[in-house]
Every structure is written in structure tokens, then in C-alpha cells.
Design a protein around this ligand. Structure first.
Ligand code: HEC
Length: 124
């Protein structure tokens, strides 16, 4: 009898701690998604402020020779970052010949992070 009670008790607390873990994980996932959405929004502002649209397009708006959806589909976050901070180097590596060429941008790290999140968010 006592044994049953103890087992039931143990079972209960296991279940509720599992539930607590699940809740905590859910919270982490939701807040990570919110942070990503937030920096993508910030990235859109950096994109506009730096006039990336002169040479690139997003959703058909801007220069259609450089759709950033394509970049999002084929490049890793690291590669997108490299393009932003060292476009001449990346152009040489990938034999990109489109003119005018992209310059290397010297932006605060938060702006580069936000831009990378923004470009990644365009992936269909
Ligand atoms: C003067 C024109 C110009 C401007 C302004 C410009 N880029 Fe580029 N960018 C290029 C060219 C040219 C390439 C080489 C790939 C190609 O031919 O489209 C490129 C490549 C890229 C790539 C890799 C694309 C791919 O498909 O491999 C990314 C990502 C990128 N640019 C992001 C940006 C961002 C973000 C900005 C604004 C901070 C920006 N670019 C501003 C001309 C420009």
C-alpha cells in the first residue's frame, strides 16, 4: 500500500517536471523565434539605409538582377555575412562578374547580424 502511494507520488512529480521542461523549452523556442523576427525587422532597416536595393531586389522590388531570395536559398549565414563584410573577396571566390560590383560594408556588428537575419528570412 505504502509502496503504491510512493510510486504514484514519484510518477506525478516526474510528469510535472516533464511538463515544466516542456513549457520551458516551448518558451525558449518562442522567444528565439521572436528574437530572429526582431533582428530580421532591424535588418530590413539596415538594408534600406544602405540602399542595398540599388543592386538587389526583395519580393521583386529593387534591382531584379540580384534577387536576395536566391542568395538566401543557396548561401549559409556565414557566406551571407562574408558577402556583406568582404564582397570583393567573395566576388573573386565565386567569379561574380555583375557590374557595378558590391563594396565591402563596414557596419556595426549588430547591423551585420540583423542584415544576415533579414536575408535568411527571405528564404522561401
Ligand atoms: C553597387 C551594387 C551593390 C550594392 C549596393 C549591394 N550589392 Fe550585394 N552584390 C552585388 C553584386 C554585383 C553581387 C555579386 C552576385 C551577383 O552577381 O548578383 C552581390 C552579391 C551579394 C550577395 C550574395 C548574392 C548571391 O546570390 O550569391 C549578398 C547576400 C548581397 N550581395 C547582399 C547585399 C546587401 C545586404 C547589401 C546592402 C548592405 C548589398 N548587397 C549591396 C552588388 C551590390
Amino acid at each position: 500500500m505504502t509502496g503504491t502511494v510512493v510510486e504514484a507520488g514519484a510518477g506525478m512529480s516526474n510528469q510535472s517536471s516533464l511538463r515544466a521542461i516542456a513549457l520551458a523549452l516551448g518558451f525558449i523556442v518562442v522567444s528565439a523565434a521572436a528574437v530572429a523576427a526582431q533582428s530580421a525587422d532591424a535588418g530590413k532597416k539596415v538594408y534600406d539605409a544602405n540602399k542595398c536595393g540599388v543592386c538587389h531586389s526583395v519580393a521583386g522590388v529593387g534591382n531584379k538582377k540580384g534577387p536576395l531570395e536566391d542568395a538566401a536559398a543557396k548561401l549559409s549565414a556565414d557566406q551571407i555575412r562574408q558577402w556583406i563584410v568582404d564582397a570583393p573577396g567573395m566576388a573573386a571566390k565565386s567569379n561574380a562578374a555583375r557590374k557595378p560590383p558590391m563594396k565591402a560594408y563596414t557596419l556595426p556588428k549588430e547591423d551585420v547580424d540583423a542584415l544576415v537575419a533579414y536575408v535568411q528570412s527571405l528564404k522561401k
